[in-house]
Write a protein that binds this ligand. Structure first.
Ligand SMILES: [Fe+2]
Ligand SMILES: [Fe+2]
Length: 473
């Protein structure tokens, strides 16, 4: 389905044929723009940025690139094409036709799922709003803004569903999505992680690597939903989301490459010397990974969850790549989860498969996270440095689920509270680490130039050279 750009709201959902819905969304649009101008990227709203915009929902050739001032970005409503006679792929309604309208009995639950997903999209824009001012290059600044405008579009995707399928409650929720703000004491964003400001680019790259990847897995589960408009919205969001993870993986990769270059120059692996030379040592990179991976792992929820079981049973939220599983009802089967043993130690317990859905998705997420870690390790090994980055154990620093309230080191070994206190500075970034990283955050805005703590990217955007002026200041 092609996208109609002649409309005020670009869309491929025949919005013009539903005057009421069109008017409602056109009334929401100025509120969105107002939000974008006040809480979107600070200081660059009037600048030309080399951005991609979706022009079709085909996997190939879906985007066009050009200079755009961010408030003029064509945010719109793009759903993946409908599959003919799509069937529900899991749970109690397995094999029945997918729903084109919201089933009454699941209305409140579906609304909550959509609102929770929708809330994270503008939250991340708010968290990242000051980062442009300390960008390591124009290339990176552009990537930040690309991620930001697409998170804005993901908000549109969820707001469309709320307006189109949830009547008055949906319209109220759409307003509330612009009223909650990241870190607001009175009206914060729904999930804790999305209320922490992101003040340095190392955190931004970790956020896009780990937290956006949580988003990817949530979207993969919702892309399986029996509620077809939600599934199709999420399928197209995933196409855009891939770039966000690319920004994270290559960003961390370039920090590592720069550290390796400096080690070679200095003929030393000493962290203090590397820092004195203006690069970020690998042990600090590992601490950032430990911090962001553990906080993102919490976003999947408790290992054993009746909510997760009922989302699956009711066909609302499937497993990522549900079609790759052999069996889709998950009745009468069990899944072995690990949990803390009364007293001490760790034990295994068989729980009904449906109740373990959060854990199943978390495991798939961690496998995906590990792919980039192994790529970074190959670069480190090739440079002849004996250092291996690792994902922390899923038991490490958990605030949600079975491991919360217990102490484990990053390898997953139980430690006492005293051992935790004595070693935590080796495991997650200290105040001094954060202050050091912050001290490096000085803007570099000459085309083609890079800050001293990060290596240049291997190539530019859309076949343009790295030196291209991606943002005209
Ligand atoms: Fe998103
Ligand atoms: Fe994202």
């Amino acid at each position: 389905m092609s996208i109609d750009y002649a409309e005020r709201i670009p869309n491929n959902v025949h919005l013009a044929e539903d005057r009421r819905l069109q008017r409602a969304l056109e009334a929401w649009q100025p509120h969105f723009l107002e939000w974008w101008k006040t809480l979107g990227p600070e200081g660059f709203q009037a600048k030309d940025v080399y951005l991609r915009t979706a022009v079709s929902v085909d996997a190939k050739g879906w985007a066009s690139y050009g200079m755009v001032k961010m408030p003029d970005y064509r945010w719109g409503i793009f759903l993946a094409d409908a599959a003919a006679e799509r069937k529900i792929g899991f749970g109690d309604f397995y094999g029945q036709p997918a729903w084109q309208e919201v089933p009454g009995e699941f209305r409140a639950t579906l609304r909550r799922l959509i609102v929770t997903q929708g809330d994270t999209e503008p939250a991340s824009v708010e968290q990242q709003r000051r980062l442009g001012q300390s960008c390591p290059s124009l290339y990176d600044m552009r990537n930040l803004f690309q991620v930001n405008v697409e998170e804005g579009r993901h908000l549109w995707a969820m707001v469309y569903l709320l307006h189109a399928y949830f009547g008055r409650d949906g319209r109220e929720e759409a307003e509330a999505l612009l009223a909650r703000h990241s870190g607001d004491a009175d009206n914060p964003r729904i999930l804790g992680t999305f209320n922490e400001p992101i003040q340095d680019w190392m955190s931004f790259f970790c956020f896009t690597y780990f937290t956006d990847r949580d988003g990817k897995f949530q979207l993969k589960c919702l892309a399986e939903s029996g509620f077809d408009p939600l599934a199709r919205s999420c399928q197209f969001m995933l196409t855009e989301e891939a770039h966000h993870m690319f920004v994270g993986e290559t960003g961390i990769g370039r920090v590592i490459r720069r550290a390796l270059e400096v080690m070679k120059e200095l003929g030393s692996e000493d962290a203090e010397k590397i820092r004195a030379h203006g690069a970020i040592d690998l042990a600090t990179v590992q601490r950032y990974i430990n911090f962001w991976c553990s906080s993102s792992v919490d976003l999947f929820g408790s290992e054993v969850s009746t909510n997760a079981a009922s989302y699956f049973a009711n066909g609302l939220k499937g497993r990522p790549d549900e079609a790759s599983y052999e069996e889709h009802r998950c009745l009468g089967t069990t899944y072995a989860i690990e949990k803390p043993r009364e007293g001490d130690g760790i034990e295994s317990e068989e729980v009904p498969m449906r109740n373990a859905m959060n854990e199943i998705v978390r495991k798939a997420y961690l496998r995906d996270c590990d792919i980039g870690v192994q790529r970074w390790n190959r670069v480190i090994k090739k440079a002849g440095v004996a250092f291996e980055l690792r994902l922390p154990s899923e038991r490490f620093r958990r605030a949600v689920g079975l491991w919360a309230g217990h102490h484990f080191d990053p390898s997953g070994k139980p430690v006492t509270p005293a051992e935790w206190d004595a070693h935590v500075h080796e495991w997650i970034p200290t105040e001094a680490d954060r202050a050091f990283v912050q001290s490096l955050m000085r803007p570099v805005t000459e085309p083609g130039k890079m800050a001293g703590w990060i290596a240049p990217p291997e190539r530019g955007i859309n076949n343009l050279p790295v030196e291209y002026e991606y943002v005209r200041l």
